[in-house]
Design a protein around this ligand. Structure first.
Ligand code: NAI
Ligand code: CS2
Length: 485
């Protein structure tokens, strides 16, 4: 096995904390922190990171602290080629699940040294309705923050309280940079914060609206959740036994809107693309990569597969994905050279087939209600408007509804912030497929009313759902792929 080891080459002295990150998960450690590690080695500067979990996973915070904030990122190019990077860009880790922890985090956010706040808190962490950027006011966590704004529990609430403190102290606001898989993630983060502010402090609302920057970003690196087998493999193959280790692919991309009021690292030096408008990049990635991922997540298990790489070994699935990319994602993307998109599709299939990653389909299947609009539904409306086929997308939606229904009938957990409502729909329409589909389409915080009311869409979904019940899946996928070629 070829192993490259890259030690942290940063100066031993710690740098000031210029960035506070919310969402100390696998992706943050393998993406933003890696870019910053490379940047600090090149340029130094006061851009150390303080990373916080605000609701779960205190264990990781404690493990990082015990390791003096050094951890390995293991990039697998293939089963035979790995690069082990030592990362030290995270200088402090906080758990803000307690009052004391929350206050410490608020102090870091309000400190003058803090000039950027980044987030990887999952799509559900913004408490926005998936189909529109409307704050979910009925959510208990949002209710808490509205009632107790100075000891908030949500990310939008923490951002708002920190900005309130900064304004009161005459400290200029930090820039907020979401690194989550949401369309217009900067605008959506801003919408969540302003929706809270408008109900608490109109003057603060206006100040944020005028003075705070919320640039958008597109982020891309496949970083599966670590499994016990992953840790065992690292110990066996690389003599790597740190519990803080994270595995990822070698590919990495970060496209960031250049709109920072208190400065930023010169991320360009380490390959970050700084742009005026991230929209074309994020739409391409969310529909081509993430849309395909979600098809795998709901269809792959029906053919017995557990991981992305396993499913990609099935020619029927591989061809179906390629067909979806070229015929139902590419046509919805404007202003990008079709030849470039075809090459992007080919590279995506290669990345998905990387069998050195154990990317669990159940992880991608999580939070489907929060992912479908940007991955399938927005593009589906474009396909309908341009009279193009939607069979693959319809099959994906049918498979997601089937996923919910199977969880309900097998009394399994459904990992989705809207699980109670979705499971209740599945239960109340258990043996009535047409009523079930209509009930799901009526969820206007997931399905935009115009899409739900479209007769061609309804027919395609109904056909896909009954075809899925009849199976077998490989034959169904072959028919779909052959039919519209
Ligand atoms: P993870 O499970 O390792 O970490 C999730 C993080 O989100 C944890 O810190 C958790 O505490 C936090 N979180 C969850 N719900 C929250 C809530 N309601 N409020 C505040 N924080 C909350 O997952 P991972 O891999 O770090 O991914 C996180 C996000 O990063 C994804 O949802 C996606 O938006 C983005 N991303 C992930 C990629 C990957 O391949 N893992 C690639 C590209 C983007
Ligand atoms: C995946 C993404 O879990 C999921 O929903 O589709 O986390 C995916 O791995 C990343 O967006 C790749 O950049």
């Amino acid at each position: 096995m070829q192993i490259e080891r890259i030690a942290s080459s940063r100066a031993t002295d710690s740098t000031a904390t210029g960035i506070v990150h919310l969402g100390l998960g696998a992706f943050h450690r393998a993406h933003q922190a890696v870019y910053l590690e490379q940047y600090l080695a090149l340029k130094g500067g006061d851009w150390g990171i303080c990373s916080a979990n605000i609701r779960a996973n205190q264990t990781l915070v404690d493990q990082l602290s015990a390791a003096e904030y050094r951890y390995p990122v293991v990039e697998y190019r293939s089963r035979e080629q790995a690069c082990v990077r030592e990362i030290r860009a995270i200088q402090e880790a906080l758990f803000a699940g307690s009052d004391a922890g929350r206050e410490t985090l608020l102090q870091r956010l309000a400190a003058p040294d803090t000039r950027i706040v980044t987030l990887t808190i999952t799509e559900k962490g913004y408490y926005l309705e998936p189909s529109v950027a409307r704050l979910r006011l009925d959510d208990p966590a949002i209710q808490h923050d509205l009632a107790r704004p100075q000891s908030p529990k949500t990310a939008p609430g923490l951002l708002l309280e920190a900005l309130r403190r900064r304004r009161l102290a005459g400290i200029a606001p930090f820039t907020v940079l979401s690194c989550d898989n949401m369309p217009h993630n900067g605008r959506r983060t801003r919408a969540a914060v302003l929706a809270l502010a408008s109900r608490q402090d109109p003057e603060l609302h206006d100040w944020i609206k005028t003075h705070v920057c919320f640039p958008g970003s597109m982020v891309d690196r496949i970083v599966p959740a670590m499994t016990p087998e992953d840790f065992a493999r690292l110990a066996r193959e690389l003599d790597c036994t740190e519990p803080t280790a994270v595995i990822c692919e070698s590919f990495s991309q970060w496209v960031v809107e250049d709109n920072f009021s208190l400065g930023r690292p010169e991320w360009e030096c380490v390959g970050v693309q700084m742009v005026d408008d991230v929209t074309p990049f994020e739409t391409m990635k969310l529909r081509m990569l993430n849309g395909s991922h979600s098809l795998l997540a709901y269809l792959g298990p029906l053919a017995g597969y557990r991981t992305v790489a396993q499913a990609m070994q099935d020619p029927a699935i591989r061809n179906f994905l390629h067909h979806y990319m070229l015929h139902e994602a590419v046509p919805t993307l404007q202003g990008i050279d079709p030849a470039e998109l075809q090459a992007y599709a080919t590279r995506l299939l290669q990345r998905f087939a990387n069998d050195s990653l154990q990317h669990q389909l159940h992880q991608i299947a999580m939070d489907g209600s929060q992912k479908l609009p940007q991955r399938w539904l927005d593009g589906c409306q474009v396909l309908l408007d341009t009279h193009r086929p939607i069979a693959c997308t319809a099959l994906g939606i049918a498979a997601w509804i089937n996923h919910v229904q199977q969880a309900q009938s097998e009394r399994r957990e459904l990992n989705d912030p809207l699980a109670p409502r979705l499971l209740a729909l599945a239960e109340s329409h258990r043996d009535q497929p047409q009523e079930l589909l209509a009930a799901f389409l009526a969820q206007d915080d997931i399905f935009a009313p115009a899409l739900a009311a479209n007769s061609r869409f309804q027919e395609a979904l109904s056909h896909a759902y009954s075809a899925l019940q009849q199976g077998p899946l490989p034959e169904l996928l072959k028919q779909l792929t052959a039919h519209s070629d």
